[in-house]
Design a protein around this ligand. Structure first.
Ligand SMILES: Cc1ncc(COP(=O)(O)O)c(C=O)c1O
Length: 370
């Protein structure tokens, strides 16, 4: 069979490694025989889903034998009203991951150049490589996108540039000014993708959504998700905001019925659940303050975050720390797969989870240091 795969699978497939997700709780329980496991590895909302979203799902359960609205008419209308744009400027996906895939399928030809930061969210490289792109990875500077260095890489062969704002895994932002300067220099022939999966958490005064630049630069797409602050990661719901022409191009490669009906109803309800959003933000803010203080007291080097996770450079092998933390029932993300072998990324949890994380990390570091 190996020979069959080698001869018949597309060449691009051999340049890929499967995406490494955060380890699921049940897997850790099974593998390690643990009963009490917490996951702080995938930047999910520790408060759970928006209560109004749960209610909406229950109300629509009897209709799941009917195909969903393939055009997400109502959800698009609601988003459009809130974003002050037309529904023709919105694409809805089975998670924003699917919008990334649609972008790559619609725009990338084999040999096109794609520019992205390093480290950043792994999907950009994955979807681009599948389509045969040549990915140019530009190292972060001070854990932040190095936009001047990314500009230097732009050539006539550049098709797409990805900016993750705030960046996963470092939690840093690109400021309004830096993005503005970058866009002034970026040729109009390059599609700019700004992934704002964590934008709801940002409280930095220099941050602005790239939606503000769509008018002047229609060759731009902004991505958002319901998986983070809205707490709907398992339903898979995300969207892109762009010019009608880019959205129409994505529509051509979109699978029919790509967004299930429960996700559509839950998404609309979650947008309206202002209490859940406020509580989630407050929990993130207080958790961040607690973790900053505890990490500083431990003498650990962390990057101040604008998202719902913290990037911590432990200065020692993160894989070992990750495994030892697992044994204590705390799942974090080792950043080895991001190319940062001494760092972990921890999702800001409930206060109880944050305390348990710090306790486990202290114990693990003590064990390792003997
Ligand atoms: C930067 C970034 N973009 C997109 C996603 C994927 O979001 P979704 O669940 O909407 O596919 C994630 C998920 O972790 C992310 O970190």
């Amino acid at each position: 069979m190996d020979d069959f795969i080698a001869r018949r699978a597309r060449a691009q497939v051999f340049n890929l490694k499967p995406y490494v997700p955060g380890k699921p709780i049940d897997e850790v329980k099974r593998e390690l025989g643990l009963t009490d496991v917490i996951k702080m590895a995938s930047n999910e909302n520790p408060l759970g889903p928006a209560p109004l979203a749960k209610q909406a799902i229950i109300e629509h359960l009897d209709d799941i034998h009917i195909y969903p609205d393939s055009y997400c008419f109502e959800l698009k209308a609601m988003l459009a009203a809130r974003l002050n744009i037309g529904p023709e400027c919105i694409a809805i996906g089975n998670g924003s991951d699917e919008i990334l895939k649609m972008l790559a399928e619609a725009f990338i030809n084999p040999g096109d150049e794609v520019i992205l930061a390093y480290p950043t969210f792994a999907e950009y490289e994955l979807v681009s490589t599948v389509m045969g792109a040549n990915c140019i990875k530009v190292p972060l500077r001070n854990n932040t996108h190095d936009l001047p260095a990314m500009l230097e890489q732009v050539s006539p062969g550049t098709k797409l540039v990805f900016i993750c704002n705030p960046n996963n895994p470092t939690g840093t932002i690109v400021s309004r000014q830096a993005l503005g300067e970058f866009v002034r220099e970026l040729p109009r022939d390059v599609l700019l993708v700004v992934d704002e999966a964590y934008s709801e958490y940002v409280d930095h005064p220099d941050y602005e959504s790239a939606q503000a630049m769509l008018g002047q630069r229609p060759q731009t797409i902004v991505l958002r998700t319901f998986s983070k602050i809205y707490g709907l990661a398992a339903l898979r719901l995300g969207y892109g905001i762009s010019s009608p022409e880019i959205i129409n191009t994505l529509e051509r490669v979109r699978e029919p019925f790509n967004v299930n009906s429960l996700a559509q109803y839950a998404g609309m309800a979650a947008l309206d659940d202002v209490d859940h959003i406020a509580l989630s933000l407050e929990l993130n803010r207080s958790g961040k303050a607690y973790l900053y203080q505890a990490l500083a007291e431990m003498g650990l080097n962390y990057t101040p975050t604008q998202a719902n996770f913290i990037f911590i450079d432990l200065g020692r092998d993160a894989g070992t720390v990750f495994l030892n933390m697992l044994n204590k029932g705390v799942i974090v993300r080792s950043c080895e797969s991001f190319g940062c072998p001494t760092s972990i990324r921890v999702t800001i949890g409930t206060m109880e989870q944050n305390r348990r994380f710090i306790q486990a990390l202290k114990a693990v570091l003590q064990e390792i240091e003997g």
